[in-house]
Design a protein around this ligand. Sequence first.
Ligand SMILES: C[S@@+](CC[C@H](N)C(=O)[O-])C[C@H]1O[C@@H](n2cnc3c(N)ncnc32)[C@H](O)[C@@H]1O
Length: 254
Amino acid sequence: MMTYYDDLDNDEKRVTAFFKAIEKKVHGICYDLGTGSGILAKKASKYADYVYAIEQNPLIADKTRKNLDKYDNIKFIQADATEYQFMENIDVVICEMLDTALIDEEQIPVINNVIKYAADNTEFIPMAVYSTIELINSKIMGICYYEDEHPKYTSLSDEVKYGMIKLNQYNKPEYEEDIQIKVKNGGLLNAIKITTYTILTDEVILEPTPMLNPPLLIPVEQLNVDEGETITINLKYTMGGGLNTIQTTRRYNK
Ligand SMILES: C[S@@+](CC[C@H](N)C(=O)[O-])C[C@H]1O[C@@H](n2cnc3c(N)ncnc32)[C@H](O)[C@@H]1O
């Protein structure tokens, strides 16, 4: 039976993009935080002097430890990376605990811990993420992911970029922004779509893949909108806090 970790490892677009960044950036002492099956740690071991692979999930830990034991320059550590005390100098941090807008996984709490131990020149894979917001019409009952082209929706605007989060620094987990979006196609606005893009290197920007950052559809108070008008959405959430922290308020522009 295929597991979640098999699906992650088989997501070729995701893995290829991370491998490109690892080939370019990994050297010296490298930490792979949330190593999962260890797929990124194994790749990193070709370029690093030593790799520490940290994972907290007991359901995968034993298998990954066994798997990584065969590598002379990888040490597996079962620990919570939000609290782990890093003892070595850190040249490179790999951390793929990404989720759409960084809301539902622990990327930000983990980065906010490791940054206390990092040097000015520590490299981070990924470097940053940003998201876009799009006005849509969709028959959704609540917040949901958009996967395999479901649920269906009609787009009422272009994607508007917001929320660039650099992952080589401390970030306040609470995020809030008023975002202005111009209506391209008039209709009944009742939801927004959030799409997240991952900046792995200056050249590699990764859009959602089958196992990474499925776009989020979020209901908003409904309104008939006309082509050309500007709508302001206040978007609020806690990065690492879970989907139930998301709040949207449609500001009155009319
Ligand atoms: C999306 S998976 C990615 C796994 C692997 N990095 C990869 O790219 O295939 C995220 C992993 O991070 C682990 N994780 C989540 N929070 C963690 C934490 N606080 N400390 C250590 N591992 C964590 C999860 O158990 C999961 O294995």
